[in-house]
Structures are given as structure tokens and as C-alpha cells.
Design a protein around this ligand. Structure first.
Ligand code: ADP
Ligand code: MG
Length: 259
């Protein structure tokens, strides 16, 4: 851990390193995401994409480097010129600024769609219950599911569950929403409805970081594409540059296999 905090951009990663059992899976990641930017992260399986997203909301603790969200170091505070680990409640507070959408939706099975959405605002943020429900219904409208508020996850299709998960991620008014392969677990005919919701979010100015294998979507929606391989950012650029004129052989090989 270095003492120099990194605070530029909405999200800033500086030399982020992470190992599992002696194997380094993030080998010094530098990445900046500006407010309102939509960043797509591409890369082969095992390249560290999920681990990278998980470090941003401190679901994984880094072994080296720093991560800052909106000027605040994630998991650490600078006191007396040194880095100190935050306590659990402070980490939970930081996490409310970061929405996360997982591949497998991760909805609470025993709660309805609306209850899934209001859970965190009411119990973590102590928001007024009636107001949280009102806002939850508004979010369900936004993802096209206002008529399914009282449905349980098992009564919803995968696409609908993922749209509820997106509404849930938005319920805390996060500064950024992280998506980890949000459509990978879906039947092909359900992918479009989820991508449409993410596309609408992107054009509303929400800052998004999206790990995806949907190349057409990344090309259309992302402001910037980041290609990762073996725990490193190999290259990044506009979709036009990365898809049209990749500089690195590894990027070219990867794209030739997936497109
Ligand atoms: P990606 O999302 O790009 O497929 P991951 O971040 O999931 O890659 O994984 C990167 C590497 O780290 C892989 O080799 C994976 O097996 C390993 N890994 C991820 N999470 C853990 C963990 N909790 N324990 C041990 N190894 C892990
Ligand atoms: Mg992954």
C-alpha cells in the first residue's frame, strides 16, 4: 500500500494488484473513469475482469495500489499521512455509492421485486418506507416492470429478474453502476430487453462500467473500451479504435474469435 491517494476522475485505480494464493490476477491496473462515462471492459475468461469490478466496491481487498471513487479512497482513509483501513460500517457506507449488477441477478428469492428494491434504502440507509416504495415503483417503471412489483423472482423470466436487479442497483442513487456480464446467463431472446435498459441508463448520463461479451453492444454504447488480458490492461480506446484498429496482437486475436 502506498500512501499517495489517487483521487482524479470519478473512479481512479492506481497500480491495483490482487493475488489469490500466490497467483497474481491483477498485475498493476491503472484505470480512470470520468463522470458520465460508459466504459466497457472486454477480455478472455480468467483475465481478471470480475476481480477488478469487485475491488472497486471492496468485495475484494487489494494487495497493492489504491482505488478512489469520487475522491474517496475505497476501504482506506488517509490519516496523519498514512493509509488506514476503514471499519466495516464505513465500507458499507462507501458501497452505497456503487451499484453492482451480477451475472446471476442475485435477487433475494423470498422478497418480491419491489421488496428487493426497497431493502437497502430502508434497512441500510434508513429511508422512509413509503417514500422508498414510491421510488421503487418509479424504478420498476423505468425498467418496464411496474406491473410485476409483487412478483417473486421465481415468477419472473431471467430478463425480468435482471431488470429488477438493475432497478435495485439504482435505488441507492449510486455514483456509478458496475455490471459484470449482465446478459451472460440469459437465454438469447432475453438479452435485448436487458441491453435496452442499460442503453437507456447510459444515455441518461449515469456512469457505467460494464464487463461484457456483447461486442455489438459495447461498440454502440461505450465511450471507451478497455481490453484486459492476464491481469493487465492491454489497451484502451474508443470503440472505433479498438474494434477497427486494435494495436496489440492479443486484442486482435481476442476480437477475431468473438466477433
Ligand atoms: P474474469 O472475470 O475475467 O473471467 P476473474 O476475475 O473471475 O476473471 O478471475 C481471474 C483469475 O482469478 C482466475 O484465474 C480465477 O480463477 C482467479 N480467481 C478469481 N476469484 C478467485 C478466488 N476467490 N479465489 C481464488 N482464485 C480466484
Ligand atoms: Mg468474470
Amino acid at each position: 500500500m502506498t500512501a499517495a491517494p489517487a483521487t482524479k476522475g470519478l473512479i481512479q485505480l492506481r497500480d491495483v494488484r490482487k493475488s489469490f494464493g500466490g497467483t497474481e490476477v491483477l498485475k498493476g491496473i491503472d484505470l480512470t473513469v470520468e463522470p458520465g462515462e460508459v466504459v466497457a471492459i472486454l477480455g478472455p475468461s480468467g483475465s481478471g475482469k470480475s476481480t477488478l469490478l469487485r475491488t472497486i466496491n471492496h468485495l475484494e481487498k487489494v494487495d497493492g495500489g489504491t482505488i478512489a471513487v469520487d475522491g474517496e479512497l475505497v476501504g482506506y482513509a488517509v490519516r496523519g499521512g498514512r493509509l488506514h483501513e476503514l471499519r466495516e460500517h464505513e465500507i458499507l457506507r462507501q458501497r452505497t455509492h456503487i451499484g453492482m449488477v451480477f451475472q446471476n441477478f442475485n435477487l433475494f428469492p423470498h422478497l418480491t421485486a419491489l421488496e428487493n428494491i426497497v431493502e437497502a434504502p430502508v434497512y441500510a440507509q434508513k429511508k422512509d418506507k413509503a417514500q422508498a416504495r414510491e421510488r421503487g415503483l418509479e424504478l420498476l417503471r423505468r425498467v418496464g416492470l411496474e406491473d410485476r412489483a409483487d412478483a417473486y423472482p421465481r415468477q419472473l423470466s431471467g430478463g425480468q429478474q435482471q431488470r429488477v436487479a438493475i432497478a435495485r442497483a439504482l435505488a441507492l442513487d449510486p455514483k456509478v453502476v458496475l455490471f459484470d456480464e449482465p446478459t451472460s446467463a440469459l437465454d438469447p431472446e432475453l438479452v435485448g430487453e436487458v441491453l435496452d435498459v442499460i442503453r437507456a441508463l447510459a444515455s441518461s448520463g449515469t456512469t457505467l462500467v460494464i464487463v461484457t461479451h456483447e461486442m455489438g453492444f459495447a461498440r454502440d454504447v461505450a465511450d471507451r473500451v478497455v481490453f484486459m488480458d492476464e491481469g493487465r490492461v492491454v489497451e484502451q480506446g474508443t470503440p472505433t479504435q479498438i474494434f477497427g484498429d486494435p494495436r496489440h496482437e492479443r486484442t486482435r486475436t481476442f476480437l477475431s474469435k468473438v466477433i
